[in-house]
Design a protein around this ligand. Sequence first.
Ligand code: ATR
Length: 280
Amino acid sequence: MTAKFAVFGHPVAHSLSPRIHAAFARQEGVDMAYVARDTAPEDFAAAIHTFGAIGGLGANITLPHKERVMALCSQMSDRAKRAGAVNTLTRAGASWHGDNTDGVGLVHDLTERHRLDLRGRRVLLLGAGGAARGVAPSLLDAGVDSLWIVNRSPEKADALSDALGEPGRVHTRYVADLGSLGDFELIINATSAGRGGEPLSLPFSLASPRCLAVDLSYGEAAIPFMAWANAAGCTHRIDGLGMLVEQAAESFALWHGRRPDTDAVYAELSAKADALHTAD
Ligand code: ATR
């Protein structure tokens, strides 16, 4: 059977999306083939074109293509426009509709699964790449008090702040200022530092005792920031596995018209992750 659904990334072999969507499809009784396609940046546009030509109906877009894919969309949801990043393509005639389910996925995981209230929180967002862009609009919509964006390259933080268009609530600061920003009630690591490169250097003064620390990565990549959050005394520490499952459920709903229940898939994946870490 030709796969009508796929995730495009580079690298993508590690992606859990094919397993998650296969589980949703079984659960919902949907006949759906979903595969991972490793696509280098220079081949990306041609790969999406070919996917459409052979009957592709929907795709998830992941690192490092979430921004470049916008040029291939004839329509985009408001939340994708505000994010300046797309993680879900749905076939629209001869072209694609671009959406971004990362932000609602994150907020759903934090507020529904973990029963946390985001309203009124002073929030630090570390990073201003595709992942940060995906979640920032939804954090504002969820009613956070203020969003402080700090990125290694300050111009990207400024660009994200401009795109969000809420100068009263959104602020940017330099990495060098982290020590003088006071403490936060929610700190989100949206950098890719845990996937290699220079480790983040974060002062403990950022964490208040009731601080919630969230890493948008999961597995090995989330370990350094989760370890920092533990040492800094953050009461709640949550990695990106739940967000991954929730954003997948939102994409599935866009394609098939119903949102699958996520508890069973999340429980299965987190049990496997725990077993892996215990075996270390
Ligand atoms: P993603 O889609 O995962 O967000 P990305 O768009 O490449 O990937 O963005 C990666 C983010 O992590 C960027 O904000 C990047 O900072 P720069 O804009 O300065 O490159 C940040 N990042 C990556 N490695 C980092 C490191 N070692 N320390 C701090 N920030 C890092």
